[in-house]
Design a protein around this ligand. Structure first.
Ligand code: CA
Length: 227
């Protein structure tokens, strides 16, 4: 039975969620603040963490960052707000998924099951799959909805680097470091040009990208959670 930790200070919500998830054959433990939550995570082996952003003693983002310092545990974040900034911050600090409150418990369960599947060690496939986007590094091929995407080899490498670091903000310098040895097209401005060519292929609306996000003044982040 997968073991789930909930860190949520709203006792009523926490109890409701615990009862619901227990009824779905999950082994649930709950903590009402960040300090107890981190102590529980260090003491026991959990399979996933459901983490509220607004807690009395610590911010959920700080807790997630701390957890990433010692664990690759799948993290689903809950927040009262649903704005884009929270989503980006959540992805940047390494959360696996993100759900604005009020949430539907069934949707939460579906997303929890998805991150539990992804987090299971041992079933690493040669393809990276992000929703409808599939990247097969070995075959040097990517597809969206099963349709092959046409990229130059440099752009394909750039996409792979971003995807391998999904959820982490990559500066242009970091991207260029990772791409060393792959052609010589890499001077600062050209990264942006290549990103826009990649977006033209993989984004439903390249003007409103949801797969490769721009972090102003910093670089780019490849979204872990994609549809
Ligand atoms: Ca709260």
């Amino acid at each position: 039975m997968p073991k789930i930790l909930i860190i949520e200070d709203d006792i009523q919500q926490s109890t409701m969620l615990s009862d619901y998830l227990s009824g779905e054959h999950l082994d649930v433990e709950a903590c009402a603040n960040g300090r107890d939550g981190l102590a529980a995570l260090k003491k026991d082996n959990f399979d996933a963490l459901i983490l509220d952003v607004g807690l009395p003693d610590m911010n959920g983002f700080d807790i997630c960052r701390t957890v990433r310092g010692f664990s690759q545990l799948p993290v689903l974040m809950l927040t009262a707000r649903g704005d884009e900034m929270d989503r980006i911050i959540g992805l940047e600090i390494g959360a696996d998924d993100y759900l604005p409150k009020p949430y539907n418990p069934r949707e939460l369960l579906a997303r929890l099951r998805a991150i539990l599947r992804r987090g299971r060690p041992g079933d690493v496939s040669p393809s990276l799959r992000f929703g409808r986007l599939e990247i097969n590094e070995a075959a040097h091929a990517a597809s969206l909805d099963g349709e092959m995407i046409s990229l130059t080899s440099y752009q394909f490498e750039l996409l792979c680097v971003l995807a391998r670091h999904a959820g982490r903000v990559m500066s242009r310098d970091q991207l260029m470091d990772e791409l060393q040895g792959h052609d010589l097209e890499a001077f600062d401005r050209s990264i942006d040009v290549h990103i826009s060519r990649i977006r033209a292929q993989i984004e439903d609306d390249p003007k409103k990208p949801r797969r490769i996000l721009t972090i102003r003044g910093t670089g780019y982040v490849f979204a872990r959670q994609q549809d």
